[in-house]
Write a protein that binds this ligand. Structure first.
Ligand code: PEP
Ligand code: MG
Length: 328
């Protein structure tokens, strides 16, 4: 089987009845962009900028960040790279920026922290914009958005950074492109505000890892409750169906970048719901491509219809596994 999966590397991601999907990769390591996995994906759907921050002993300077981002954007200027602004807090501590909280996952994380420290946000966004001078493949994504006001405030800061970078660039006769700006859908509150968010962003990206954690009120890393943490829970599946239909109504492009997109069964269910862009760890890409190429959209729809009637995530898993066995 692994041989058959490998053979698909250069083939398009298309179902047997002709539905085309885009597969992108998630990464936080620049080394991963230089290997063959990067070439297999159509770009980077999630670059976790906190990873290089976590590997240091202090905040990287604007210049250090710029150099890193530039090297990433330059690997292949034809492929877009969605850089997520710093998403620390929760399970992702920075050794040089300690945060002590009783409920870190409900606390000072992601955009909440960087909007309280606009100097961190501005330095990072300026570094991204400076890195993208002469290129046109940067997208910026905001993590842990809960309110529309956070999007407005982030956009205001991004505009400020953009004007600062433009001023500098003008003196050198360079032009700066304004990147597309999108938000992560990973806090349940935003599912009920999609129509308000739609005209303020260029794209959505669903983070099924945190969305599952917050919808089910289950810590994604706590082994005691690991059996309840399941993205195949009917509530999560229904939320995902609702997100894609509202996004389509408002014509907002949407990607899924949580782990669910990197599981063959999860990818098939997401495709059946209507998602066409999936971003995943590079080691899952060929498996997912194989699953998509081995199925039809019609069969995937029938599978989704069946699993949406089930009550328990384990029943869903069973159905999905039987289906995967039937296709290969
Ligand atoms: C997610 O929450 O699904 C996600 C992709 O982000 P992270 O895993 O980095 O929190
Ligand atoms: Mg997340």
């Amino acid at each position: 089987l692994s041989h058959r999966i490998q053979e698909q590397a250069d083939l398009p991601t298309v179902t047997q009845d002709g539905e085309i999907l885009s597969l992108l990769i998630n990464t936080g390591l620049s080394a991963e962009l230089e290997n063959s996995h990067f070439n297999q994906g159509e770009g980077v759907g999630l670059y976790r900028t906190e990873v290089p921050f976590m590997m240091r002993e202090r905040f990287p300077s604007e210049h250090e960040q710029m150099a890193l981002y530039k090297s990433l954007l330059s690997v292949n200027p034809q492929k877009s790279i969605t850089m997520r602004t710093l998403d620390v807090g929760g399970d992702k501590p920075l050794p040089y920026f300690p945060i002590a909280e009783e409920n870190p996952f409900l606390g000072w994380r992601g955009i909440r922290l960087t909007l309280d420290h606009p100097e961190i946000f501005l330095v990072q966004v300026r570094a991204m914009l400076r890195a993208s001078i002469g290129l046109n493949n940067l997208k910026i994504m905001l993590p842990m958005i809960t309110t529309v006001a956070e999007v407005r405030e982030s956009r205001r800061l991004i505009r400020q950074a953009y004007h600062e970078v433009c001023e500098e660039a003008k003196q050198r006769g360079e032009q700066v492109n304004m990147p597309e700006i999108g938000v992560m859908l990973e806090v349940p509150a935003v599912i009920y505000q999609l129509s308000h968010l739609a005209d303020k962003v260029d794209f959505f990206s669903v983070g099924t890892n945190d969305l599952t954690q917050y919808l089910l009120a289950v810590d994604r890393n706590n082994p005691r409750v690991a059996s309840i943490y399941d993205s195949y829970h009917p509530a999560v599946l229904n939320a995902l169906c609702s997100i894609i239909s509202t996004s389509n109504e408002h014509n907002v492009p949407v990607t899924v970048c949580g782990e669910m997109a990197g599981e063959p069964g999860g990818a098939i269910l997401l495709m059946a719901m209507g998602y066409r862009k999936l971003s995943m760890n590079s080691h899952n890409l060929l498996k997912v491509k194989w699953a998509i190429r081995s199925t039809t959209l019609v069969d995937a729809h029938a599978l989704l219809e069946k699993v949406l009637k089930l009550e328990h995530p384990l029943q869903v898993r069973e159905y999905v596994n039987v289906y995967l066995e039937s296709i290969g």
